[in-house]
Design a protein around this ligand. Sequence first.
Ligand SMILES: C[S@@+](CC[C@H](N)C(=O)[O-])C[C@H]1O[C@@H](n2cnc3c(N)ncnc32)[C@H](O)[C@@H]1O
Length: 252
Amino acid sequence: MSGFVSLVGAGPGDPELLTVRAVDRLRRADLVLYDALVEEDLLALAPNAKRFYVGKRAGRHSIDQEGIHKLMVRAAQRGERVVRLKCGDPFVLGRGGEEALALEAAGVAYEVVPGLSSAIAAPALAGIPVTHRGLSAGFAVLSGHAESAWVPVLSSLAPGSLTLVVLMGLRTRGSLASSLIERGWAATTPAAVVLGASHAGSTRWLGTLATLGDADVDSDLAGIIVVGDVVSLATQIVNEHAVPEPAAVRLS
Ligand SMILES: C[S@@+](CC[C@H](N)C(=O)[O-])C[C@H]1O[C@@H](n2cnc3c(N)ncnc32)[C@H](O)[C@@H]1O
């Protein structure tokens, strides 16, 4: 008997923002391997599954990327239906591509179930359209984790030419903002930080590139940075269902 692996995008956190396919795979799973930022609420949708945390956030026991590959492959070879549950979309800054390649190399049957990336969901929930006629015709998503990753991208962009969405950039936001200003972006360019999008208690900071570095936000939380004129719309677009309501209908 051969098993199957589903690389599933969990979206930004609220179970109502899962895809129908993600819910189906969770319901039928024998094993769920989940990351940091995946909510307990989502795991409840896999009542028959063994669940293992394999995230990499500081302070929590975990395993390395190779170990995750081995767990998936071995479970599938035992005939289990495995859900590899990753926050947002599996192929957006989440090493989902590496996991697909490892499954491919091992000859394990698998699928990719796209999820709602925080790169789009977090701005939307905070009232920020990443594109808007007359303000921005496109957006770039980049990792703020290491300068070596974002400097080449920033160098290739004309200042103010599109919306920037930065994941994993809260700790580096000061140097990111300085880098943009050095490259000709106006210091007055609107900027936002959205923390814990779709979670109860989600917060939003609004300012400019000049004030982003000193923004009073907790860098240990999950958050994205948005830079560009579209951020100015955030005070006009009020998203009524940005965070889950206690009375909301739940998928369970
Ligand atoms: C390893 S990356 C994975 C991104 C994920 N694959 C996606 O498409 O959203 C983790 C980063 O995603 C962002 N993130 C994930 N969930 C978030 C949320 N609910 N609110 C704000 N940012 C979030 C944060 O920047 C966090 O550091």
